[in-house]
Design a protein around this ligand. Structure first.
Ligand code: SF4
Length: 482
């Protein structure tokens, strides 16, 4: 299969090389735009005795490599990168259909969140940011050993495991360029972690502390990328929080690049930044108020006011950015009909400022490691009633936002309920998936309220936060839920 990508790292297999498969059980566009995967690939292929090839769900159904079409079952080790809980279904399918019998290692944010549903399906789990540590991981696996961050499946859930934090003083230089989520571009990872404290967000917890890369280093990497691309994507949980975001974007534009940030916060946008983003080729501004009412935004600790949102939209319009995409969540604890209606009102105000508005509505997943982890899915204790209410809210929003002229996309309540179950689940959940026997109604118990004094399956993962502080944060939030 011909693949339209520039791959300066690809290696040819020869006798004696050990084969390592890098499996992304989701679509190519997401996988190629993931700098973590690019790191792993480059690091393994730089080793003399190893070759790494990639597998994506939508290329040969994940059972043959992109580079050479070699079947997965011919590889010695398979590293699975699990970015989303729903990918468990695809990962299991890939393992089964490929008849892979080598060593299976799972890593990525889902492992850092809660790997318990996967313990009967993988041999090893890696906790943390693997860039710079891939060689140790591979060598330990081969010897049947563990490292501080690489743990055998049978020992998961016992003693505490510390999560590795990578050193950001260097940056990946040689990358594969394919047609990914940001288009054909070079990825510049400007930072990791986030300095904000949104109460629903797992990123700020599992990638803490917030770290930024030096502008000089990023510009050097961009200089080297000039011969391959005319576009760079700036990647971080909150790109425009970089202390020198404007300087970086302005310099990249001066070098002749189009610039695409992976995320911007509405409250960081001012005239100068929006003008720069527009000059950098941004055609659509994505902002995430998450809630329509000030009360719900306080609960989510989003730190974005209605004024910030309207200011961002009017600056976008002024600088020729004609489309605004807005993200909202529903099913929040204590959410009233007025709070849901406030989403429609806010979108309506934005719609009066910019020609095109698209809205994405997602139910809240009370993620492990966040202060909302004890809350029930759907926002109320009676889970069935919560599911019903969620569906009604989504229906209402689709209808009302459509009337206001916004285009609306909304995931089903069921798919987010499944995400919640997988993120909170244990072996029993994983077994049902492996046996092709997973039914949402069998696992409703995982969607309910969690008692605050309960030991949680993911308590063994040490992200560096203290559970008692998380509980205090939750207590403060509870005063807003009524
Ligand atoms: S700004 Fe974004 S990444 Fe940062 S804590 Fe909030 S939701 Fe998470």
């Amino acid at each position: 299969m011909e693949f339209p990508e520039i791959n300066p790292i690809a290696k040819k297999w020869r006798k004696g090389l050990k084969r390592v498969a890098l499996v992304y059980p989701n679509r190519y566009v997401g996988g190629i735009a993931n700098i973590g995967l690019q790191h792993i690939y480059a690091e393994i292929n730089s080793l003399d005795n190893y070759i790494c090839e990639r597998f994506y769900w939508d290329v040969f159904s994940g059972t043959k490599s992109v580079e050479s079409g070699t079947p997965l079952k011919e590889f010695d080790i398979a590293l699975f990168s699990l970015q989303y809980e729903e990918d468990y279904f695809k990962a299991i399918k890939i393992i089964k259909e490929s008849e892979f019998t080598g060593l299976k290692v799972a890593g990525g944010p889902c492992v850092m969140e809660n790997p318990l549903p996967l313990v009967e399906l993988f041999d090893y789990f890696y906790f943390g940011e693997v860039d710079g540590d891939v060689t140790n991981l591979i060598k330990a696996c081969e010897k049947g050993e563990e490292t501080e961050y690489l743990v055998k499946a049978e020992r998961i859930g016992g003693e505490k495991v510390k999560v590795r934090k990578a050193d950001l003083s260097t940056h990946l230089q040689t990358q594969i360029v394919g047609s990914g989520a940001y288009g054909e571009c070079y990825l510049l990872e400007v930072g990791r972690g986030c300095k904000r404290a949104c109460s629903f967000c797992i990123v700020r917890q599992i990638y803490s502390p917030c770290r930024w890369r030096d502008v000089k280093l990023l510009l050097e990497i961009a200089e080297g990328a000039k011969k391959f691309v005319d576009k760079v994507a700036l990647v971080a949980p909150s790109v425009t929080d970089h202390p020198k975001a404007k300087e970086l974007i302005a310099s990249l534009i001066d070098m002749g690049f189009l610039v695409s940030p992976s995320s911007v916060r509405a409250d960081t946008l001012d005239e100068e930044l929006v003008e720069l983003l527009s000059r950098g080729g941004l055609e659509s501004l994505t902002i995430a108020p998450e809630a329509g009412s000030e009360r719900m935004r306080r609960l989510l600790r989003k730190g974005i006011s209605e004024e910030d949102v309207l200011n961002a939209a009017s600056l976008a319009a002024k600088h020729g950015i004609e489309k605004v995409k807005m993200y909202f969540m529903v099913g929040l604890p204590g959410e009233s009909h007025e709070d849901v209606r406030a989403i429609v009102e806010l979108v309506d105000r934005v719609k009066k400022l910019v020609p095109r508005v698209s809205v994405s509505i997602n139910p809240l997943v009370p993620k492990p490691h966040t202060p909302l982890q004890w809350e029930p899915f759907g926002g109320i204790d009676d889970v069935k009633a919560g599911m019903k209410a969620l569906k009604e809210k989504i229906r209402f929003l689709k209808k009302e936002l459509g009337r206001k002229g916004a285009s609306v996309s909304a995931e089903s309540a069921e798919s987010f309920a499944i995400q919640t179950i997988l993120s909170r689940g244990n072996k029993e959940v994983g077994r049902a998936i492996a046996e092709n026997n997973f039914r949402l109604r069998d696992f409703y118990a995982y969607l309910g309220r969690i008692e605050e004094d309960e030991d949680l399956p993911w308590d063994f993962i040490d992200h560096g936060y203290s559970k008692s502080r998380l509980l205090k944060e939750y207590e403060r939030l509870k005063s807003l839920i009524s």
